[in-house]
Design a protein around this ligand. Structure first.
Ligand code: ADP
Length: 167
């Protein structure tokens, strides 16, 4: 399995499942969530309305509509406060919940944005190693996925995930 780090807009990258850094309402928001809903079309919001929200660290799956994927996996990341509110555990839970759903649905190529490091202010230098470590621990030597791809929206984010992957 390959862990790939690319620079770009996650709504433009073909995958089996695209992960959305959502919020607990699952009713859309800013950042990557807004971009995913805009690119998928209004049917995505209509399906999300039927889901009854989602807890932080958990994940729910929908169809991907006009996105170049079969599924969107929505996960509300933790809002960073002071690091003492289980933020690190909850971020790891997000990655685990998404990977579990992706595996259950037979997705071999999954794209992730940098969950929580935008509007939710999780420090990038802490988030990137948690993301990489959680993916490696989940997959081990098992043949579950072909490619887990971080689609980073800026160079600073891409660099942080590259550094985490090298360590
Ligand atoms: P959160 O609320 O979880 O912090 P944000 O969407 O604010 O989510 O930010 C998460 C990351 O997603 C940030 O690095 C942000 O720059 C990035 N991002 C925003 N739009 C896109 C996009 N279209 N594709 C990939 N990443 C994006």
């Amino acid at each position: 399995m390959e862990i790939k780090i690319t620079l770009g807009d996650i709504t433009k990258v073909p995958a089996d499942a695209i992960v959305n850094a959502a919020n607990p309402t699952l009713l859309g928001g800013g950042g990557v969530d807004g971009a995913i809903h805009a690119a998928a079309g209004p049917e995505l919001l209509a399906e999300c309305r039927t889901l009854g929200g989602c807890d932080t660290g958990d994940a729910k799956i929908t169809k991907a509509y006009r996105l170049p994927a079969q599924y969107v996996i929505h996960t509300p990341g933790p809002v960073w406060r002071d690091g003492d509110d289980c933020e690190e555990e909850l971020l790891a839970d997000c990655y685990k919940s998404c990977l579990k759903l992706a595996a259950e649905h037979g997705c071999r190529h999954v794209t992730f944005p940098s969950i929580s490091t935008g509007l939710f202010r999780f420090p990038l230098s802490k988030a990137a190693p948690i993301a990489v470590r959680t993916i490696k621990e989940f997959c081990g030597n098992k043949d579950i996925f072909d490619c887990i791809e971080f689609v980073c929206f800026d160079e600073k984010t891409k660099k942080a995930y590259e550094t985490a992957l090298e360590d």
